[in-house]
Design a protein around this ligand. Structure first.
Ligand code: KG4
Ligand code: ZN
Length: 357
């Protein structure tokens, strides 16, 4: 089964062709990602209107390139998948409308994929990962711990009460005058810094519920920085190292609480899976490995290029849905907000009562 996947929910324009083999394993035939980082860098963050326009300008070329690299013609594709949300609505409309047009012209089924579901299922594209597993999803917009029980069967065990982890990295970078996106910059600086110089808080530590809170840590970091400003290069590295040390401690502690909740409700998970851009952070990966080893479960961390936004994860989630016959109609709407636990495995058709009067 071959699926074309399109991703346009944020600042990456991406398309990919992925194959799902009869035994359930996956194979990536092409994975083309064009980042808009340069277009947004001057503004220190993603500007939704610029993102949407950039997607319109390049998406057809990116799709053509993905098809060419895969070496398959459209008539051999079994389904057309696009991220239908959550995300910046202008970009989502561009990707979903393009997928609808291709599906209609080629007479292929449409798969309207939840972007978070695609992050959640990536572990099954790269590794044999049976359900159920515990997912740590950490990106610029989301920080959640989920029980992934099957395709379309996600239970949220914890979330953030304020900022997402990626967002906290991005804001820290902005505060310290580092570039955008902030995560990789803070990680680079942290590598040269002293993680014990600033005593930053570890919010929510030791609480029984597994939720995150990062705004207090952010404020503490800002106060420390203000107290010693103007900052030397060494100050910046030490602040980044102290911040990253606090975040990794928080991740370890919150995931430990999350796994406890998971075990109490669903028994032992088959794996601890990480997804989202923050999973690219090596310090965070190593505490997750430490935790998984202590808990005697496997850690599945997809390769870096599949942790950040890409088309292969959308194509793969589409293939998993298509294999179960979960296709969408051409009138499916793009969604800015679409929590993962509202993704149903079998989406029944809603009655159109407005038209039945
Ligand atoms: O999943 P993603 O590509 O996009 C969405 O937000 O959906 O995640 C991007 C986020 C950004 O906030 C970025 O700063 C963060 O992931 N990130 C990192 C690292 N690389 C990317 N955070 C910490 N350390 C990194 N190495
Ligand atoms: Zn993402």
């Amino acid at each position: 089964m071959l699926v074309l996947g399109i991703e346009t929910t944020c600042d990456e324009t991406a398309a990919a062709v992925v194959e799902r083999l009869p035994d359930g394993r996956g194979r990536i035939l092409s994975n083309v990602v064009l980042s808009q980082i340069d277009e947004h860098a001057a503004f220190g963050g993603v500007v939704p209107e610029i993102a949407a326009r950039a997607h319109v300008e390049v998406l057809d070329g990116i799709v053509a390139e993905a098809m060419e690299q895969a070496g398959v013609a459209l008539d051999r594709i079994d389904g057309i998948a696009a991220a239908a949300g959550p995300g910046l609505i202008g970009g989502v409309i561009v990707g979903l409308t393009t997928a609808k047009a291709i599906a209609m012209v080629a007479g292929k089924p449409l798969l309207a994929v939840n972007h978070l579901e695609a992050h959640a299922l990536t572990a099954r594209l790269t590794d044999v990962t049976p359900f159920p597993y515990c997912l740590f999803l950490a990106s610029g917009g989301h920080t959640q711990i989920l029980a992934v029980r099957g395709v379309g069967d996600y239970v949220r065990l914890a979330t953030t009460m304020d900022d997402a982890i990626g967002e906290a990295f991005d804001k820290t970078a902005k505060l310290l005058g580092l570039g955008y996106p902030g995560g990789p910059q803070v990680e680079n600086e942290a590598a040269r810094g002293n993680p014990t110089r600033f005593a930053l808080p570890r919010p929510m530590q030791h609480r029984k519920e597994a939720d995150f809170s990062l705004s207090g840590l952010k404020t503490a970091l800002r106060l420390e920085a203000e107290a010693i400003a103007p900052l030397s290069d060494e100050d910046v590295s030490d602040l980044c190292a102290s911040f990253q040390a606090a975040v990794t401690d928080v991740v370890y502690d919150r995931l430990r609480a999350g796994l406890k909740l998971f075990r109490a409700q669903y028994g032992a998970p088959n794996a601890l899976v990480v997804a989202g851009g923050v999973a690219a952070n090596q310090a965070i990966r190593s505490v997750l490995l430490k935790l998984a080893t202590e808990e005697k479960i496997a850690l599945v961390a997809p390769p870096l290029e599949l942790c950040t936004d890409n088309g292969a994860m959308i194509a793969w989630a589409g293939a998993e849905r298509l294999a179960l016959g979960l296709v969408d109609t051409l009138d499916v709407a793009p969604k800015a907000r679409w929590p993962l636990d509202e993704v149903a495995a079998a989406r029944g058709r809603k009655l159109n009562t407005a038209a039945y009067k």
